[in-house]
Design a protein around this ligand. Sequence first.
Ligand code: GRG
Length: 301
Amino acid sequence: MTVDPAGRLADSATRVEAALERALGAAPLDGETARPERLTAAMRHACLGGGKRLRPGLLIAAGRLFGRDDEGLVLAGAALECIHCYSLVHDDLPAMDDDDMRRGRPTVHKAYDEATAILAGDALLTLAFDLVADPAVHASAEVRLTASRELARASGLGGMAGGQMLDLAAEHRPTSESDIRQLQAMKTGALIRYAARTGARLAGADPDGIAALTRFGEIVGLAFQLADDLLDVEGDSAALGKAAGKDAEAGKATLVALKGVDWTRAELDRQIAEAESLLASFGTGAEELSALARFVANRDR
Ligand code: GRG
């Protein structure tokens, strides 16, 4: 069977886009008082009409491996995408990476203003937990609670936000390979690991299946970051939809900076080979995930 990862990803992306569109409607939901128009618009700017939707695509593909493919999985993927989009909005702020362009458009603080961008990020972060609590995500409240707690841990102090803190602290400082690996596993790896693990969990995988997908997610997370670091060195700003060459300028601690481009390419190949051998025991059903891992490694944006 030949799997077209871009086609599958595009299909998941369309479904996630529709779920986000519904979640970011103008009408207040039960328990809300009113939805300020400007904040809703800023959140829509951050979330809709752009992005590769890799994390929800991975969550949905992991679920499909274990036989589930319904709108509940899409909602869990949309929750994860809300966290990812919030992180991009805050990362683009002048106090962090100070970027003007994202996904080929002005960043949220440029299109609106800084205070609105901060609030849009805050509200996307909380919206994620609303979505993951939806009964459609899983019939069991205990499974939803686990998905929710793990989402908090992947995103927060010991995950993405903590990784961002370590990343800022490492700027213009000599940083060891193991420290770089740790900060990257937290900053970008944690959400990708969550995607693979949670897709498996929500589809009813047994502990061995969840463990295998967790390891797969860790490898894809590292591959994603290596590819991102290479794109920053070699990529084209127009294709990326954001400025390239910013890592060296900001003195970022990356494996490309520490070990060089050739080593990073070889490491990326090693990671993809490991991901594929990990999936071998799942047979042809895992071809979509294996193709997705290659897509992450070889992407040009
Ligand atoms: C602000 C709490 C906080 C955290 C920020 C993830 C992150 C932490 C910052 C993003 C900075 C950055 C550009 C990191 C490189 C990896 C990355 C997340 C790239 C963008 O993700 P893609 O390529 O983007 O999946 P799209 O637009 O396709 O969704």
